[in-house]
Design a protein around this ligand. Structure first.
Ligand code: HEC
Ligand code: HEC
Length: 401
């Protein structure tokens, strides 16, 4: 057995021994469900009202456009309930000149729709970096936001020890838009480009729907061209109340549940052990505990409430960036070194996704797993060495997520 393999197995065993008592004694399991019910952060009546806003079809009279991608949050975040992911993808592009990544005029998002044909944004032939990004799941986002920076940094620190230095997740410090000058460990989006739900949602409101707001007061552009003459409303088009309620909604969603029947099967139970022993769990972290109740996060602007604090979650992600050879070359908030890295895709809710990897380029779980190289190379060797039965157990486990 190679030393790396031994390190992996010790790490898996240690992880198992440590995880068990932590789960039982200190923290409660976070509620899970695709049931449209509040996780307790807000009353059900408020949840239903916020969900209506999440599903609300915006019009030009309400600030939509002039360039945008869709008319409601739920157009892209819908499966199987409002807040989930979907097959809808967003286009991003730019240029790599051999040394550095250069943003195109107006930023990397290329808006697919416009209220006037003359504003249609497009990828220029000269831009050699192009990608599509699938809409990610937002259910359970409140728990992700409630993870302390130190917890993510601790995971990053232990990864090289678990893998002879091969795996080294990058925690990117990103700006908190709501507190100028303050930063926090990024965790949302394919590039962990935002650290708070308010930051992410305010940008989504502007970038995806073209609705400017107090945190993102300037309009999208059409490939860098100002759209003022087509904009009928003064910016900011929304004073922020709507983004606040959309944020309340995402914070109140339950985490994606396992398929209870599949999860209880003997193969899936054995498969989770295979997942850990193979080293998948070094990046796809199975268990994380959120910060204690009353902890101040987001630079002091959000006090972790009882519904979100001290909760055990099973996201199967470390929320860190890795290069597994699938990178799309786009630089967002993580700096030049993040160009070809992606956030470890959280595997909770995996069974609701028909297209996989950031760009939907894998259509089966097997294909997505096969694409892992780079930092995951040795784990992939371990995978190849598994018996046919162990492999079958591993994929049964993945099917239950
Ligand atoms: C046109 C489709 C589209 C619309 C409309 C849209 N989103 Fe998204 N959303 C995406 C995509 C694509 C991603 C992944 C973005 C990336 O990382 O490049 C995403 C990611 C997110 C995330 C991060 C979740 C995570 O952990 O990765 C949140 C939160 C979110 N969106 C909230 C919203 C809200 C709130 C709205 C409405 C104001 C909205 N989105 C509208 C496509 C959309
Ligand atoms: C070095 C970190 C790392 C290791 C080890 C790793 N993964 Fe991943 N995994 C990632 C990253 C990063 C992505 C996202 C890649 C992308 O979208 O291009 C991903 C994506 C996936 C996806 C696609 C999920 C989706 O929603 O698109 C699956 C399935 C998956 N991994 C399973 C596994 C399994 C099984 C193993 C063990 C054999 C494993 N991974 C090992 C980092 C890792």
């Amino acid at each position: 057995m190679k030393p790396f393999n031994r390190v992996l197995q010790c790490a898996a065993l240690l992880g198992f021994l440590l995880a068990t008592p932590i789960k039982a004694s200190l923290a409660d399991e976070a509620p899970t469900g695709f049931d449209g019910l509040s996780n307790g952060f807000i009353l059900q009546g408020d949840y239903d009202h916020d969900q209506e806003l999440f599903e609300k079809r915006h019009t030009v009279a309400g600030g939509l456009g002039p360039v945008f991608n869709a008319q409601s949050c739920a157009e892209c975040h819908a499966n199987p309930v409002a807040g989930g992911g979907s097959q809808v993808s967003v286009l991003r592009a730019g240029t790599f000149d051999g040394k550095k990544f250069i943003e195109p005029p107006g930023g990397t998002v290329i808006h697919d729709r416009a209220t006037d044909a003359s504003l249609q944004s497009k990828v220029a032939d000269a831009w050699n970096v192009r990608t599509q990004r699938l809409s990610t799941n937002t259910l359970g986002g409140g728990y992700i936001e409630a993870i302390a920076d130190e917890t993510l940094l601790k995971i990053a620190k232990r990864q090289p020890q678990q893998s002879n230095g091969e795996i080294h997740g990058q925690a990117v410090m990103v700006d908190l838009i709501e507190v100028p000058g303050a930063q926090r460990v990024g965790r949302f989006g394919w590039k962990s480009q935002h650290a708070s739900l308010l930051s992410f949602n305010a940008e989504a409101f502007r970038s995806e729907m073209g609705i400017t707001n107090s945190l993102f007061p300037s309009e999208n552009t059409a490939n860098g061209r100002a759209v003022d003459e087509f904009d009928t409303m003064a910016d900011p088009e929304n004073n922020g109340w709507e983004v606040a309620l959309l944020t309340e909604f995402v914070r109140a969603t339950k985490a994606p549940p396992r398929d209870a029947a599949l999860a209880a099967g003997a193969d899936a139970v054995a498969g989770e052990q295979v997942f850990e022993q193979t080293g998948c769990g070094i990046c796809h972290t199975s268990t994380i505990t959120t910060a204690p109740v009353d902890t101040l996060v987001n630079a002091g602007t959000f006090k972790v409430p009882a519904a979100l604090g001290d909760k055990t979650i099973h996201p199967y992600s470390d929320f860190l960036l890795h290069d597994i050879g699938s990178g799309d070359g786009i630089v967002q908030n993580g700096g030049p070194s993040s160009r070809n890295k992606l956030r470890t895709a959280p595997l909770w809710g995996l069974r609701t996704r028909s297209r996989l990897l950031h760009d939907g380029s894998a259509l089966t779980v097997q294909q997505a797993v096969k694409r892992h190289q780079g930092e995951a190379a040795t784990v992939m060797e371990q995978l190849k060495a598994l018996s046919a039965v162990e492999k079958q157990q591993l994929f049964k486990f993945l099917d239950s997520l």
